[in-house]
Design a protein around this ligand. Structure first.
Ligand SMILES: [Zn+2]
Length: 343
């Protein structure tokens, strides 16, 4: 069974008319899913607000207070993240949505999605990149406590490096975090180097593939097939969390990769298969995407792949000039990880 969480107040998560994060994207996404008949097989649940206890499993007290204080008078959490008045209570809704989606997953669902989620730039005591609370880590800690889970897999395909999530789990072998992203030398947040593989007992449990600008479908899918299925099989997760940012699309105004709509169908299909072959628990957090129309089509394609629907959206392929370069990077990454994984 497939489900999605949503709340009418999701559209209040809006950082201003001159900011790339536009509040009505989740609403329009659900409307498009309805129009395409997807909601017939996708049960909708009303998101509930997270509470402070949920936040404290991941974030420091001082940081939470900082967001609360900013929320009273308005201001900036960081250079790129305005904090409008009331944002504390608004940010608790999608966070609670991710928790609810995780909970429902362990009550008889094989896949749950949250269209306003995947705030992977928030770390324990700092944040930027339009994120307030790291719902990826918050749901992991919630599920760890409630269902005594021990192995969590994060597949983060957003174009930006998952720096907040990486910080939180850099020394933790219970969370295998895989991030494919545009090279940090060319894009925010500037981290996610191939050599960053975790520390102490967490060594080998952080996997970073930084991709050069211009990377297209062919290189990306080769890298996916070479790395993600064997890592998933060997790690044997109890849940897969797919941060499905679609700011990798060629029209995205914030980044420079060249993926096209049809590849998101492949991601959905392949990751669902990995879930079916392991834990049968897939949580999809829709993540970034700043060309609204393209993003909605891409999210739709992901769900088509997951739900086995064939009428996904296609567009003209873009020639990929990075195939050999990315192959070399994948070989380099395999060598770096060879003490930890059989790749
Ligand atoms: Zn992003």
């Amino acid at each position: 069974m497939y489900g999605i969480v949503y709340h009418d107040d999701y559209e209040k998560y809006d950082l201003g008319s001159d900011h790339p994060l536009v509040g009505d994207k989740p609403k329009k996404t659900i409307e498009y899913f309805k129009e395409k008949g997807l909601m017939k097989d996708l049960k909708i649940f009303n998101a509930k607000k997270a509470n402070e206890k949920d936040l404290l499993r991941v974030h420091g007290e001082f940081y939470i207070k900082k967001v609360k204080d900013l929320s009273k008078k308005g201001g900036f959490l960081s250079f790129d993240t305005p904090a409008p008045i009331g944002i504390y209570n608004i940010a608790l809704i999608p966070t609670g949505g991710t928790i609810l989606a995780g909970d429902i997953l362990f009550k008889d669902f094989t896949c749950m999605a949250n269209p306003l989620a995947g705030f992977h730039h928030a770390s324990t005591n700092t944040s930027s990149g339009f994120c307030f609370f790291n719902d990826v880590a918050i749901v992991i800690e919630y599920l760890r406590e409630k269902y005594t889970l021990e192995r969590f897999l994060i597949i983060d395909l957003d174009v930006h490096h998952f720096n907040g999530t990486q910080d939180i789990y850099y020394e933790d072998p219970s969370v295998l975090g895989i991030s494919f992203h545009q090279d940090g030398r060319t894009l925010y947040p500037g981290t996610g180097y191939i050599e960053q593989i975790g520390r102490y007992s967490g060594e080998g449990y952080t996997v970073n593939l930084p991709l050069p600008p211009g990377t297209g479908n062919e290189s990306y899918l080769n890298a996916f097939n070479e790395l993600i299925p064997p890592l998933t099989k060997q790690f044997d997760p109890e849940i897969i969390i797919y941060e499905s940012g679609v700011d990798t699309h060629h029209t995205d105004p914030l980044a420079n990769l060249h993926l096209t709509h049809q590849i998101y169908y492949q991601f959905g299909k392949k990751i669902m298969k990995l879930s079916n072959n392991t834990c049968k628990k897939l949580l999809i957090l829709f993540g970034g995407g700043y060309n609204n129309i393209s993003s909605i089509y891409s999210y739709y394609n992901i769900m088509c792949g997951v739900m086995g629907k064939k009428d996904f959206i296609e567009e003209k392929e873009i020639k990929d000039d990075n195939v050999e370069m990315v192959k070399k990077l994948v070989t380099e990454l395999k060598n770096i990880l060879s003490l930890h994984w059989n790749l």
